[in-house]
Write a protein that binds this ligand. Sequence first.
Ligand code: ADP
Ligand code: MG
Length: 333
Amino acid sequence: EGTIQRIAAGEVVERPASVVKELIENSLDAGASRVAVSVEAGGTEGIRVRDDGVGIPEDQLEAAVAEHATSKIADIDDLEAGVGTLGFRGEALYTVGAVSRLTIRSRPPDAEAGAEVAVEGGDVGEVRPAGCPTGTTVVVEDLFYNTPARKKFLKRVTTEFDRVNTVVTGYALANPDVAVSLEHDGRETFATEGNGDLRSAVLAVYGRQVAESMLEVDWEPGPSTAGGDHPVKRVTGLVSHPETTRSARDYLATYVNGRYVTAGALREAVLEAYGGQLAPDRYPFAVLFVEVPADEVDVNVHPRKLEVRFDREAGIRAAVESAVEEALLDHGL
Ligand code: ADP
Ligand code: MG
């Protein structure tokens, strides 16, 4: 928990995928063991995220959608930092509610009944009783209905859905102990079991052939590590056999300190490790968790955005490349 996770005001909601990201994060924060995401028309018409987490007590529902209502501002330093350029946390639901029709229905495990509140274009309705299972369901309809300029920026339904899929996949692979599912227009895209096994999550998301081809990565800097100056503490995860590839590089999922990131440097490092073993224009699958000291990640990159920069990028690249090379070598590749 630190600066990196704070948000800059107003940049939370860009498209359905960014809404989905915020809602999944809330579900995971709530300790959910199941997170079910379903979207309509790529999320442009509807987004629903249902979890079995701690829920929101009836008397806190209104606060949950209010500006700057967060349960997570740890102390006054956080708050003060938030007043500056980095902005507040606790505004995701508020911001989404301002640009959509949002309903939150929730029931904590110890509550006798559930309750719900609806927000329409920022107008918060009354909290009412609602029948619902334990946990929280957030429904977002008609995203950007009241901000046509933003709505115009949305791409085709298939493109928006691809982005949603990438986000949900990213969280599913990062949290193999949580059962994560995705549905599009009533059809299931995938559903992980939540049994804690990364390979099983890969199987659910990418299918059996990919899951079976995955090679284990578990690398730590050692005395034999070239260079010596590695800011990386550990690299773990799975990478595919060089013959199990796709024609797009979308299947290289990288995580830095548990956070899903798109870092060109990390992707290139993975590809370097395969060297000449990949056919032209073919890309492997990878799910890689890189652990670095917190101060190695550039906090000036917006924490809600996915891209990340490193202070010692060359060292991190070298470490990731070594980690993947080692996994390939271990399998005689
Ligand atoms: P933040 O997550 O930064 O605190 P949000 O606007 O995303 O801000 O959420 C506001 C608050 O609503 C959270 O701090 C939390 O207390 C509550 N909340 C939101 N989603 C859930 C959920 N799925 N389960 C339980 N509580 C939730
Ligand atoms: Mg949140």
